[in-house]
Each structure stands twice: as C-alpha cells, then as structure tokens.
Design a protein around this ligand. Structure first.
Ligand code: ATP
Ligand code: MG
Length: 299
C-alpha cells in the first residue's frame, strides 16, 4: 500500500450532495482553500484534502487508491461494489458511516393504472434503470427474469419513449414519478450519503487524521437531530407535562425561590420535534415553548 502523509477525500463537485458534504466537514472543524480550477481543496486546519469530482467517479477513485475516502450516495457505492464483484470476484469498497443526508430510495415504478401485486409481475418485462447491478440482484433474489435496459439518465421518461414499461430509479418526494404517470412500488435500496472507503489500515500519518475525522463525524452525527426544549409551567401541571414529553427526553426542572409554583423545564430531545408534539405539551399545561438547536454536547 502506498504511504501518504495527508488524507484525501473525494466529494461531489456539484449536485445534490455537494453542499451538505462540505458543510459536514466544516461542522467537524475542517477548513479548506480551494484551488483556482475548483477541483482540489487543500486542508488548512488538518492534513485532509478534498478532490471535487462527479459522484459516479468516487468509488473508482477509492478502489484505485487515488482517494482514501469519499462522500457518496449508498446507491452509487452499492452499484459499483456489485459491478466490481461481478467483474473481479471481490471488492474492497465498504461503507464506513451513514451520514444522514441525501436520503432517497431506489424503487421500482410501474404505470399508475397498473395494480402492483409483487415482483413476479416484472417477469419478462423491460425495466429501464441506471442501476443494473442492484436491479439484477433484486430480480435474482425474487427469482424473476426481466430485460434490463441501461440508461445513464432521465430514466423516468423511458416508458413515454417506449424504451421500457417499468423503471427502477431513485425517488425522494415522488413528484417526478407522478409527473410521468408512474407510481412507486417495491423499494430495492434505502439510500443516503455515506462515507465510503476501501482500506483503512493506514500505517502512515493518515491514521491519526482518520481517527480524528471519524471521532468528530460521530460527535456531529450524535447531536444532529438533538434539540433543547425550553418551557414554563405551573408546578401543578408538572406530571402531565412530563408524560407528554417524547420518550427519549432527558428533562430537568428549574424553579426560582421567588415563585415556587412557577417552573421552567428544559429537556434534551434526540429526535426532531414536530408541531403536534409541541401542541400536546401545550395541552398538558406548558407555556412559552422554545425549541433550540444543539451544536455540541460533551457528556
Ligand atoms: P454528478 O454530476 O456528480 O454525476 P448526479 O447528477 O449523478 O451528479 P445528483 O443528482 O447530484 O447526481 O445526485 C447525487 C446523489 O443524491 C444520488 O446518487 C443520491 O444518492 C442522492 N439523491 C437524493 N435524492 C435524490 C433524488 N430525488 N434523485 C436522485 N438522487 C437523489
Ligand atoms: Mg452522477
């Protein structure tokens, strides 16, 4: 294995994952200076550099050792991993962490008017996709034989063009499918951005930087959904309000010497709080509810 003194991470240059990838690295305390051609970012705070590339190139750059890590959709990583296994018998590519953004699903979509009974309905059909290896795997697991039509983009219009009757594509809101009179059926893969790698057994200066990166990533991920909830309430309502708190809340009650019947309650909540949960707390007697983001937590 080649030795290097700086860690090199491949991230998407522009597209759905680009901003969130760089934001996550900034949250981890890494700052970069971008080259004039905007293809490389030199790490100013740590021995970590970025290569800005197309997302499809990321698994290959890792597999060949040009980059040590990459931020890429699980869909792209899993597809290229399967393709490598088919070609070479094995693949060193692996998912090191799930990163909690870029969420979507790789799903089968059929014409809206067609009832969905199950994968057997795909037998003998033409299915358009940009993910032939993942689709072939799904078909094999379900003992279905179908004709895979590989397209590099705009898969959703394949039925209109007469290239296929069914598609297998990425879906997030489902709006694109609806606009093309298609409906989502079986989900083949639940995806999000992941940290991908091939071999992390560094014996050079990259080892301590990698440890630091992973530790900080874990720290950021741990508080990502965490919120601090503040509210006022009458002492008489305390037990009702506590019952209305989300199950995982870590609550503490503050009272003042001047007004012993009036309390302030603070709770650390590990999931996103929606309006319905706040309204439930208000119904139980809480007032002046505030939800604040938590940036860091050191237990
Ligand atoms: P590039 O120019 O880097 O090749 P791209 O057009 O292939 O970009 P994007 O459309 O930016 O890729 O999507 C990048 C990743 O974002 C996808 O591989 C997927 O993991 C994720 N993603 C999240 N939601 C969606 C969605 N609705 N459609 C497509 N990809 C999505
Ligand atoms: Mg791409």
């Amino acid at each position: 294995m080649k030795t290097r003194d700086r860690l090199r991470i491949a991230v998407q240059k522009s597209g759905r994952l680009a901003d969130a990838s760089q934001q996550l690295l900034a949250q981890c305390g890494f700052r970069f200076r971008q080259s004039r051609d905007k293809l490389f970012c030199f790490g100013e705070t740590h021995a970590v550099d970025l290569l800005l590339v197309r997302d499809d190139d990321i698994p290959g750059l890792i597999a060949e050792g040009t980059c040590d890590l990459g931020f890429v959709g699980r869909n792209v990583l899993a597809e290229q991993r399967l393709a490598q296994v088919a070609e070479a018998g094995s693949s060193a590519l692996c998912e090191v962490r799930a990163l909690g953004f870029g969420g979507c699903r790789l799903a089968i979509a059929v014409p809206q008017e067609e009832p969905w009974v199950g994968p057997e309905q795909l037998q003998g059909r033409k299915i358009a996709t940009s993910y032939p290896a993942l689709l072939a795997n799904y078909l094999r697991e379900n003992r279905v034989q179908a004709d895979i039509v590989v397209l590099s983009g705009s898969v959703e219009i394949a039925p209109k063009l007469g290239k296929a009757e069914v598609i297998c594509d990425l879906v997030s809101s489902g709006a694109t499918l609806a606009a093309n009179q298609l409906k989502e059926t079986a989900v083949i893969l639940k995806s999000e951005a992941v940290l991908a790698a091939a071999d992390l057994d560094f014996v050079d200066e990259r080892a301590p930087v990698l440890d630091l990166l992973l530790r900080r990533l874990d720290g950021v991920m741990a508080v990502r959904e965490t919120k601090l909830l503040l509210m006022q309430l009458a002492r008489a309502d305390l037990s009702e309000v506590k019952l209305a708190l989300p199950k995982d809340a870590m609550a503490s009650v503050l009272s003042s010497d001047e007004d012993r019947d009036e309390l302030c309650l603070q709770a650390v909540v590990r999931s996103a709080l929606d309006w319905a949960e706040l309204e439930r707390l208000k119904g139980a007697g809480a007032r002046n509810l505030m939800v604040l983001p938590v940036e860091r937590m050191l237990a």
